[in-house]
Write a protein that binds this ligand. Structure first.
Ligand SMILES: Cc1cc2nc3c(=O)[nH]c(=O)nc-3n(C[C@H](O)[C@H](O)[C@H](O)COP(=O)(O)O)c2cc1C
Length: 317
């Protein structure tokens, strides 16, 4: 009698749990976030949604995301390994030189062979600024610049370790060729009365030593979408986030070596010309250009919002 009652309770509880999970999955699949997809548009097509509507929809989605996250978190970690092996299988571009071993590189060190403490990282991060006045002098040789960029490619994280960021480094004459091309693309489309300002900016970039072009290769994300469709709506955002991490990593690392830099966005205007010239696969998407060189001027003034408006701490002891 007692045994029958126990199996009845166990059976009932299991039934309720299975039904709850099925309903949750159904809700998740039907309310999968279309706004995230639109916000991937580099021209910001998500602005087509009125802000208030966006916020209302976001607040509706968030509790669901939490539930969904808890449900799928296990799947993410389980899937990292299989995603990684697919990344390893598809190294294909002749442009992607094999990176040197990163074990002996210390991108945040300047004179010492190893970053002494997290304070060195913080100091470099604090000193990094947008520097527009650049020249062609560099405290470090080109080989060291390339080593830092290879290190970024190897150590900056990416979702499922997809490594979808591509870094095209242009130094010296090639850096100048790139900015001449930007000049040629912009000249016919910039209004005449604004051309002097635009040309002044372009000349300033050309005066620098090098430019890193940050691309996103969509192929790893397309592969993942097929392999692990549950996260398909996130992959575009995650690729962008990882690409931005590369940008920031390099900006700080170059600062640590005494170089100045500024971040530009002449994409998508220059994409086609650049990709054809450097034989870059046309499906890669140019996301940003980091211009760097010797510091020939100071950073401009910068306002910093009170930290209390940006940082919220709970539970510090
Ligand atoms: C995502 C992002 C995009 C940016 N785009 C540009 C840009 O297109 N042109 C530019 O001159 N600066 C650009 N900047 C530089 C910012 O204006 C600059 O980082 C910001 O004003 C803070 O100044 P700081 O870099 O000196 O700390 C960008 C920065 C970030 C993080």
């Amino acid at each position: 009698m007692l045994a029958n009652l126990r199996s009845l309770i166990v059976g009932f509880t299991a039934g309720v749990l299975v039904t709850a999970i099925l309903v949750q999955q159904l809700l998740i699949s039907q309310l999968w976030d279309p706004i995230i997809e639109t916000s991937q548009d580099p021209l910001g097509s998500s602005t087509a949604f009125p802000d208030t509507l966006l916020h209302q929809m976001a607040s509706l989605r968030n509790p669901l995301r939490v539930a969904q996250g808890a449900l799928l978190r296990g799947a993410y970690f389980k899937n990292v390994h299989s995603a990684q092996s697919s990344v390893q299988q598809r190294t294909r571009s002749s442009l992607l030189k094999p990176a040197t071993s990163s074990s002996s590189t210390h991108p945040f060190s300047t004179s010492t062979s190893r970053m002494a403490s997290s304070k060195s990282y913080l100091e470099a991060a604090k000193e990094r600024r947008t520097i527009y006045q650049l020249n062609k002098t560099s405290p470090i040789p080109d080989s060291k610049i390339v080593e830092i960029i290879e290190t970024a490619a190897n150590v900056v994280p990416s979702a499922f370790n997809t490594q979808s960021t591509r870094l095209v480094t242009l130094l010296n004459k090639e850096h100048e060729v790139f900015w001449d091309q930007v000049h040629d693309v912009l000249k016919p489309i910039v209004p005449e009365d604004q051309w002097a300002t635009t040309k002044g900016r372009l000349d300033g970039f050309k005066a620098g030593k090098g430019t890193v072009l940050f691309f996103t290769d969509p192929e790893p994300m397309d592969t993942l979408k097929k392999k692990i469709p549950a996260y398909a709506h996130h992959y575009g955002d995650w690729a962008e986030q990882s690409n931005a991490m590369h940008q920031y990593f390099l900006w700080v690392a170059l600062e640590a070596e005494g170089l100045g830099a500024n971040l530009q966005h002449y994409n998508p205007l220059v994409d086609q010309k650049t990709q054809q010239h450097y034989n870059i696969p046309l499906e890669w998407k140019l996301r940003a250009q980091l211009v760097f060189g010797g510091k020939a001027g100071e950073a401009g003034p910068k306002e910093t919002l009170p930290v209390e408006k940006k940082v919220f701490v709970h539970g510090a002891e």
